[in-house]
Design a protein around this ligand. Structure first.
Ligand SMILES: Cc1cc2nc3c(=O)[nH]c(=O)nc-3n(C[C@H](O)[C@H](O)[C@H](O)COP(=O)(O)OP(=O)(O)OC[C@H]3O[C@@H](n4cnc5c(N)ncnc54)[C@H](O)[C@@H]3O)c2cc1C
Length: 478
């Protein structure tokens, strides 16, 4: 059995690693000059800078499990949750997210009632929300429609929108409630009120923790609390390097974009600039828009479905400052920017606080996100313009006394990620079902990556492992 993997991001690399472990013959084709896709970190002036993602969600175990398997267990680093606090930009002011939010839902009465994030009208609506009756889940709808029905437009603007755009770079009025917040849809069906449902879930969690005689945030071994996020001490590039080191170098072809895929008997023929090659199985780990182009001639309907998955682009700007030159930054991990503020910035992370020990002493790393669906044109702007935009907006939001426009960063690094984040738009789950159905009729083909069944690094790792296991299973049964 010979397998081809198209795309050397974390999904494709994980699939290659699994095939390598089992001794299968495979070739990984990567269009770019390096492996890792959007995972990329560098060391600058003694600090780690993440160009793309900075961590994985700890509650999804695949990321940390793979790191341990690769011998990186000692380098796993939890987020510094003792200092976890997030701010929302309201006008030119920062307002703290109220304590007790679970999945966007306020569950603590007093902090929510006292929070300046919401108007009196919204607070009254939040109280009345407790009276909502169960509602059968009909058609899919946007996250904005679901949240607005319960809590009103202000909660969409100041809470759901910024939190989701921090994850997807997308807009709450386009993202699918069923794909992005399935728990809330289920809660509405069963309870009606999302607040009541969340309070019941919290009570249950507490009871379980008490029964297990451990604090709710303790890890499986009952030891020290885990962070919500986990990263690697020397940057996520460590995972890419460790994966690459496990692969047979002869099996990796960089700068080899696949241009065409065709059926060839019971197998597949792949064409690239150097010619064409036959494989028994293909794991397509490129973004859905690239998969759409490659598969349109194999199955036009599949190509159309894949092309229908929208993507957003994003930009990160990493700025290293001498802390002594800055005024005091607000507590916490950083802030989110609602789209109604009309700014280019989506969010800013105080990276030196979120993960300790990755920044040179006395320095602050501000990681700014620009772009997203609403500002796609920014991608075309030169670095100087993006840097100036990030610095101007930082000064407006944090105040010139904290970060005056005259304060020069010691290092600045701009990274562009065009069409890198799939958007789970309304109807996404049905679309993915249709895609799966068509792929099932094409033996030996697997589609993986962030477009289908989970957007995060751990999801891509899980799907990479699954696709490799399925490829091996089919070849063993032949
Ligand atoms: C800025 C940013 C921040 C993020 N932050 C987080 C985070 O903190 N935590 C988290 O869990 N997730 C985060 N994500 C999401 C997560 O990083 C991605 O979903 C995941 O890494 C995608 O991996 P992938 O392998 O599917 O795709 P990619 O990394 O996009 O890799 C796909 C690869 O396919 C290659 N390719 C494309 N076409 C072809 C072709 N024709 N032939 C050969 N190769 C081809 C590309 O060159 C690319 O290398 C973030 C994403 C971005 C962009």
């Amino acid at each position: 059995m010979r397998a081809a993997i198209i795309g050397g991001g974390v999904a494709g690399l994980t699939a290659a690693y699994e095939l390598e472990k089992s001794g299968a013959e495979y070739t990984l084709f990567e269009a770019g000059s390096r492996l890792g896709g959007v995972l990329s970190s560098v060391r600058a002036g003694g600090s780690i800078l993440e160009d793309g993602p900075d961590s994985f969600l700890t509650e999804k175990p695949a990321g940390a499990e793979l790191c341990r398997e690769l011998g990186l267990g000692a380098d796993l680093l939890p987020s510094n949750d003792a200092q976890r606090r997030t701010w929302i930009v309201v006008g030119n002011r920062l307002v703290s997210l109220p304590d007790g939010l679970m999945f966007l839902i306020p569950t603590k009465l007093v902090p929510t009632a006292l929070s300046p994030l919401f108007s009196i009208g919204t607070k009254i609506r939040m109280g009345l929300e407790l009276l909502h009756a169960p509602r059968p889940a009909d058609e899919d709808e946007s996250v904005a429609a679901l949240v607005e029905r319960h809590y009103g437009p202000e909660v969409v603007d100041r809470l759901a929108g910024p939190l989701l755009s921090g994850i997807y770079g997308g807009e709450a009025n386009q993202l699918s409630a069923r794909a992005v917040l399935p728990k809330l849809v289920e809660m509405e069906t069963n309870f009606g009120s999302l607040t009541r449902a969340m309070l019941a879930a919290r009570k249950q969690m507490r009871a379980k923790s008490a029964a297990a005689n451990r604090p709710p945030a303790a890890n499986a071994a009952g030891q020290a609390p885990r962070g919500i996020f986990t990263t690697l001490r020397n940057g996520l590039q460590q995972m890419v390097d460790a994966l690459a080191a496990k692969l047979n170098p002869q099996a990796i072809r960089l700068q080899t974009p696949i241009r065409m895929i065709e059926r060839d008997g019971s197998g597949w023929r792949l064409t690239h600039a150097g010619g064409s090659e036959r494989f028994d199985a293909v794991i397509l780990a490129a973004p859905a828009w690239a998969a759409a182009d490659l598969l349109a001639t194999v199955d036009a309907q599949l190509g159309d479905e894949l092309a229908g998955i929208p993507y957003s682009s994003s930009i990160t700007v990493n700025l290293i400052y001498d802390e002594a030159q800055l005024g005091p930054l607000p507590d916490g991990f950083g802030f989110l920017v609602p789209s109604s503020s009309g700014r280019a910035m989506l969010a800013c992370t105080f990276a030196h606080r979120k993960f300790l020990g990755r920044t040179a002493p006395g320095k602050a790393v501000l990681r700014v996100f620009l772009g997203g669906v609403r500002n796609a044109a920014l991608l075309e702007q030169p670095d100087e313009v993006l840097l100036a935009t990030a610095r101007r907006e930082l000064s407006e939001i944090l105040g010139p006394r904290v970060i005056g426009p005259h304060i020069e960063p010691e290092e600045a690094r701009v990274s562009r990620w065009p069409l890198a984040m799939a958007q789970y738009a309304v109807g996404h789950l049905e679309r993915v079902d249709r895609i799966k159905e068509r792929v099932a009729a094409l033996p030996g083909l697997h589609l993986i990556g962030n477009a289908y069944d989970g957007i995060g690094i751990s999801d891509c790792i899980r799907l990479g492992r699954q696709a490799a296991a399925e490829t091996l299973r089919v070849s063993a049964s032949r």
